[in-house]
Design a protein around this ligand. Structure first.
Ligand SMILES: C[S@@+](CC[C@H](N)C(=O)[O-])C[C@H]1O[C@@H](n2cnc3c(N)ncnc32)[C@H](O)[C@@H]1O
Length: 312
C-alpha cells in the first residue's frame, strides 16, 4: 500500500518543535511518517527519531519513506502509553521534542479491512493495531442497550445515543451487524426519524468516533502518555499535541493547565498540602488551528487543534 496520509500542520510543527542539528525526538504517532521524515531532515548528522505506532502498516510505510536515514530512525511497533518503557529499552535518555498527532491516518481509513469508513463492506474492526482486545463488531453485536448508549454518549457526545443503541439491538437480533455500511445505515435511519434536514456530515460520524475510541482505549492512552512525555523531555524540550475532537483536546488542555501551576490544592485549603511544582510553560496559550489553505488542500485537517508546551 502507498502512503496517502498528508501530515497535518507540518509547518507549524516544525516551527514550534524547532528540530535542529543532532537533536533527538520521539514521534509517538508515525502514521505515514510525514512529520518524522521532516524532523530527520533537520536533525542530521546524528539526531535520532524514535518512531512509535501501534499499526504495523505505519511502521512499514515510515520505513519506506525514511529509508535514507538508516539508524537515525528507531521504529517501534507499540502503544505510546508505554513511552517510558520504550525509551528505557532503547537506552534513550531525555529528548528534545515529542510529537503526538492523535487519531487515525488516511492510510487506515483507506484500508477496507479495518472498517473505519462508513462505506466499507469489510469487517467492522476499527482497531489501530489490528489486534485490539475487542473489535467494533463485538461491541455492536454483544453489548447491551445501556452499554452501547454509554459509549455513544461518552465518546461520541451523540444526542441520539439511546434510540441508536435500541435500533442496533433490534436489528442484530435478526442478523449480526458485520459491516460498517450496515451500521451507518442504521444510524442514518434513526436520524431520519428525528431530524428532517440532512446535515453535511454523515450522521454516523459520532457513533463511529465513539466505537473507535472504545476499541482503542484512546482517551486512557492519551491520559497515560502525557505525564510520561513531560518526564522524557530535556529542560527546554517541547511537546506538541495535535488533537481532532473536543474529548482529546480537553484532556490535553486540562493536563497542561495543571502542570503549568505550582499548587493544585482545592481553593478551600488554607495551606498548600500538595507539593506540586510547575513543570512546564505554555508555548501556545490557545490551541492553534490549520490555515484555510491547508484545509482546502487537505479537508481532514479541518478539526485539528495544536497545543505546545516547553519543559522548564
Ligand atoms: C493521525 S495519524 C499520524 C500521522 C503522522 N503524523 C503522519 O504525518 O503521517 C495517527 C497514528 O497514530 C497511531 N496511534 C493511535 N493511537 C496510538 C497509540 N496509543 N499508540 C501508538 N500509536 C497510536 C495510529 O495508528 C495512526 O497511525
Amino acid at each position: 500500500m502507498k502512503n496517502s496520509h498528508q501530515p497535518v500542520m507540518l509547518g507549524e510543527i516544525l516551527e514550534y518543535l524547532q528540530p535542529s542539528i543532532n537533536q533527538d525526538f520521539v514521534d509517538c504517532t508515525l502514521g505515514g511518517g510525514g512529520h518524522t521524515v521532516e524532523i530527520l531532515k533537520r536533525t542530521g548528522p546524528d539526531g535520532r527519531v524514535i518512531g512509535i505506532d501501534l499499526d504495523p502498516l505505519a511502521i512499514k510505510l515510515t520505513k519506506q519513506a525514511a529509508d535514507d536515514f538508516g539508524e537515525r530512525l528507531i521504529l517501534v511497533q507499540d502503544n505510546f502509553k508505554n513511552l517510558e518503557l520504550i525509551l528505557e529499552k532503547y537506552q534513550i535518555g531525555s529528548v528534545d521534542g515529542i510529537l503526538l498527532d492523535l487519531g487515525l491516518s488516511s492510510n487506515q481509513l483507506a484500508d477496507k479491512e479495518r472498517g473505519f469508513s462508513f462505506t466499507d463492506q469489510d469487517f467492522l474492526s476499527m482497531s489501530f493495531a489490528n489486534s485490539s482486545e475487542v473489535t467494533a463488531s463485538e461491541i455492536v453485536n454483544t453489548y447491551s442497550v445501556g452499554e452501547l448508549e454509554n459509549i455513544f454518549k461518552q465518546y461520541g457526545e451523540e444526542n441520539l445515543a439511546r434510540p441508536i443503541a435500541q435500533k442496533i439491538v433490534e436489528v442484530r437480533t435478526a442478523d449480526p451487524i458485520t459491516h460498517p455500511k450496515i451500521l451507518a445505515d442504521i444510524v442514518s435511519q434513526v436520524y431520519q426519524r428525528y431530524y428532517r434536514q440532512h446535515s453535511k456530515i454523515n450522521p454516523a460520524t459520532k457513533v463511529f468516533q465513539a466505537l473507535r475510541i472504545a476499541v482503542n482505549d484512546e482517551l486512557e492512552n492519551l491520559k497515560s502518555v502525557l505525564p510520561q512525555a513531560i518526564e522524557a523531555l530535556k529542560s527546554g524540550g517541547r511537546l506538541a499535541v495535535i488533537s481532532y475532537h473536543s474529548l482529546e483536546d480537553r484532556i490535553v488542555k486540562n493536563f497542561f493547565r495543571l502542570e503549568n501551576q505550582d499548587c493544585i490544592c482545592l481553593p478551600t485549603m488554607p495551606v498548600c498540602q500538595c507539593t506540586h511544582v510547575k513543570k512546564i510553560n505554555l508555548v501556545t496559550k490557545k490551541p492553534i488551528g490549520p490555515t484555510e489553505s491547508e484545509v482546502q488542500k487537505n479537508p481532514r485537517a479541518r478539526s485539528a487543534k495544536l497545543r505546545v508546551i516547553e519543559k522548564i
